[in-house]
Design a protein around this ligand. Sequence first.
Ligand code: CP
Ligand code: NVA
Length: 336
Amino acid sequence: PAPQGILHYLTHADLSKQQIYNLITLAIQHKYNVKYLDTKSGQPLLGKTLAIMFSKRSTRTRVATETAVTYLGGQPMFLGSQDIQLGVNESLLDTSKVVSSMVDGMMARVGSHSEIVTLAKYSTVPVINALSDKYHPTQILADLMTMHEIFGPQPKDDSSYVAHLTHPQETLPGLKVAWVGDGNNILHSMLVTFPKIGVHLSVATPKGYSPAEDVVKIAKHEAAKTNTEISFTHDPKVAVNNADVIVTDTWVSMGQESEKAKRLKDFEGYQITSSLAKEGGAKKNWKFLHCLPRKQEEVSDEVFYSPISHVFQEAENRKWTILAVLDALLVKKSFD
Ligand code: CP
Ligand code: NVA
C-alpha cells in the first residue's frame, strides 16, 4: 500500500489559497533575511539529503535547489538521466521505494506528469515536482513573488528590500496577467493558481495549442468561487488588453523538439513586442515575465532586455521560492 500522510508538492491544484500565499510570504522573508540581513539558517537539514532526480535539462531549478538545500545545511544529491534508472530499465515504483528509503526528500523533473504522481504514491518521503509535462509549480511561486516585488512597496535604493513590509495578499489580487503562447505546463500552473488567489488571467494560444480541458475546468471552478476573470482567445492583441503583466514561454518545450518546425510556423504573430502591447491596449506601465530559457522568436530583444522585463529577478526568485518549499516540506512539515 502507498504510504499515507506524507506531504508532497506536485501542483497548486492541491493547495489552498492561504497555503500558496504562505509559501510566497515565506520566500520573501527568506530573501530579506539571507540577502539583506545575512542571516544564517541554523542548518535545520544538517545530515539530511535531498535526491534531485532530473530526466530533463535545467539551469535555474537545479541551481536554486542545490544552493537552497546547502543553505539549510543539507546535502543535495543530483542524479541526472545518465546516472540513475528513473523509469528507464527500472520501474518508477521500484525507484521510488528504493531512493526514498535512503533520503529525506525527493525532487524530480520528469516527462509525463503521471511519473511524478507515481513517485509520490510510493515514496516514504516528501516529493517535489521540479517540472512535468503538465505542471511546473515552483516556477509560478517565483512569478507571483516577482509580481509582488514589482507592484508592492518600492525601495528607495538598491540596498533596501521592502517587499517584506506588506503581504502579497495586499498586492496580487486584482492584477491582470496575459499569457501569449503555448498551452503548456507553465500556463497550466498559472491556471490552477491564479484564479484561486484572485489574479485575473487572459490567455491567447494558437489554434490547436489550447491548455488541457481538465486544467481549464479547475481554473473556471476556482474563478467562479473568487470572482476572478479568466478568458481564452486565439488573438494575442485581445489577450493583452488592460494587462498589468504579459508572460510567455518557449514555443517548443523539452520533449517537443521534433515538432519545432511546425510550431514555429503555427506561432507566427505570437512574438511579444512593444507594438503588440500598445496595439492590444496593455496597461501603460505593463511588465514582462518569462520563466526562461528564452528564444528570440517568442519575445523581441527590445522588450526582453528593457526595464519592462523582470525576467532575471524572476529567475533569482526561483531560489527563494524553492527555499520556501523546502522549508515548508522538510523543516516545518506543513504548508499552513
Ligand atoms: N525556468 C526553469 O525551470 O528553468 P530551468 O529549466 O533552467 O530549470
Ligand atoms: N515549458 C518549458 C518550461 C521550461 C522551464 C518546458 O517544459 O520545457
